[in-house]
Design a protein around this ligand. Sequence first.
Ligand SMILES: [Fe+2]
Length: 366
Amino acid sequence: MPRHIDVETLRNWLEEKRPVTVIDVRSDEDREQWSIPGSIHLNAYEALKAGERSVLNDAELPENQPIVTVCNLGKMSERGADELSRRGLDVLSLAGGMKAWSLSWNTADVKLSSAIVTQIRRAGKGCLSYLISSDGEAIVIDACLPPDVYSSIAKGLFVRIRCVLDTHVHADHLSRSKQLAEAVGAELFLPAQDRVNFPYRPIRPGDVIEAGPIQLEAIPTPGHTVESMCFLVNGEALFTGDTLFTSSVGRPDLHANIEQARSRASLLYRSVKQLLALGPNVVVLPGHTSSPPAFDGVPISERLGVVSERLKDWVESESTFVERILSRIPPTPPNSERIVELNESGELPTEDPTELEAGANRCAVG
Ligand SMILES: [Fe+2]
């Protein structure tokens, strides 16, 4: 019988930089969707499924460190682990495969003059959330992982989470902000809208959300969704949600027909122009990344001046922007209708949430 490793243990090993070789035995197509940072791809899926025992015989693997095999659900990786174990290697199969890996995470810090921003990266999916802390107080933005992840980070920093907020109603992952606010006794803030069916404190244009010395200024940025907002912390860093990424912009088409998508693309143009004018030194902290965040502690962020340079062809004119964006819309994320429905109701599904959230995020147009 193959031995197993769970997601949390593998996550800890990668975080601690413990030597481990991760072998991804999935198909090329599955690998392209998402992967574990630093893993080695050996496409053995079909062969393992067909019971070909020799498929991993020739793989050159280190003998002095554990090997972890991974597949989609943790079945073929068991077969792979079995085969490699016969060579005398120390092999473990990742229990639950990439579906379970969806909830893995790592962090990177951004030090501002007045606060520390912990970027919490859902390594299994690319969603980025943030814990801003200063002087014992903290604010969390776009919680996308179970509440205990944020409360344990807050505990480690000796801060108390006072406010939890979302930049918009998400369509690609289940928001955990309501659950987090309830778990830690914080106030839940959301951009003012009539979409969600649970109580929250509405954020209106220009509002400032405060926790100790942290001041978050709300900037309305309709486009990706109508209610989307960005938040400027102490004039230094900008939490851009799915409005602006480090080299792309948000998609305007989810839950919209083509005419609505066109008008949202126009709104997005104006929102992006407004953000780019905030000054070249402002640090952009986006809501997603399109490639798996490494366990390297390097924040996924960029100065606004650099982002502005990268997007200069995009923002030449409103018509260029709108046409460009509408011609490059990626496929709709799987299960987005159901995810929006749940985010509007504030409930988490009774089934395994990673089932619904499967697949890479597709929030950007670049
Ligand atoms: Fe979004």
